[in-house]
Write a protein that binds this ligand. Structure first.
Ligand code: DC
Length: 220
């Protein structure tokens, strides 16, 4: 197969990561979860006691952040300062912190350059917010995956509960709407559907149906 990049963008809980994982297995190409990188940057700020919106303080450490993405048995692991933080970055307190820190240009430039390097070196599916619109504007395939906020909240709640976190639906809905707002309204590389991206609303679709739909475009 020749070198291809697939951009999967959309708001949180839209089902991107589940679909991206399946797709990467089917096509036998790498899956890069770019949200994990912003989450790791947020963890670093939290561990240093730095406000995730304080551009001056964040810029003092982001350039030299010891962040590494490794694949163990085909699964992405995120390493920060040499430590596997794959579970830590999924904790609820990190979600909003990641949304905040991702609004800073210095953070985005650092993460985007790492993402471009990886995408250049091999075929991969990248899921994120700005992959089709900013990171890889020339990606061969671009999809924008969304779903109603209530559907996304229910999915996120089920996922958090499966990992032992109890959350209130309405609190979580508010948080998801706040994150959507942040991600769509930041000045630099906001969440947006790229002009040439195919829109898929997964509210009433199963993972299998979404996968089939995406594959129908790739097979063409
Ligand atoms: O996909 P996620 O929920 O793990 O992403 C966490 C945060 O990172 C999200 O609120 C927005 C940000 N993000 C981003 O700004 N750009 C990306 N390409 C991926 C994630």
């Amino acid at each position: 197969m020749k070198h291809i990049n697939i951009a999967l963008d959309g708001p949180s809980g839209s089902g991107k990561s589940t679909v991206a994982k399946e797709l990467s297995k089917k096509l036998n190409i790498l899956y890069l979860d770019t949200g994990a990188m912003y989450r790791a940057a947020a963890c670093k700020a939290i561990s240093l006691g730095v406000d995730t919106l304080d551009e001056e303080k964040v810029s003092s450490f982001i350039g030299d952040i010891d962040l590494d993405i490794r694949y163990i048995d085909g699964t992405q692991h995120t390493f920060l300062d040499g430590k596997d933080v794959s579970a830590r970055i999924r904790e609820p307190e990190v979600s909003m912190a990641a949304s905040n820190i991702s609004s800073l240009k210095c953070v985005r430039m650092k993460m985007v350059s790492m993402q471009r390097e990886i995408a250049k070196s091999m075929s991969c599916i990248l899921d994120g917010r700005d992959i089709g619109s900013f990171v890889l504007p020339d990606a061969k395939y671009k999809f924008y995956i969304t779903a109603a906020p209530e559907v996304r909240t229910a999915r996120r709640k089920a996922e958090l509960e499966s990992r032992g976190f109890q959350v209130d639906f309405h609190e979580l809905l508010k948080e998801i709407e706040q994150r959507d707002y942040n991600d769509k309204h930041r000045d630099f590389a906001p969440l947006v559907q790229a002009k040439d991206a195919i829109l898929i609303d997964t509210s009433d679709m199963s993972v299998h149906e979404v996968l089939e739909k995406i594959l129908s475009y790739i097979d063409r």
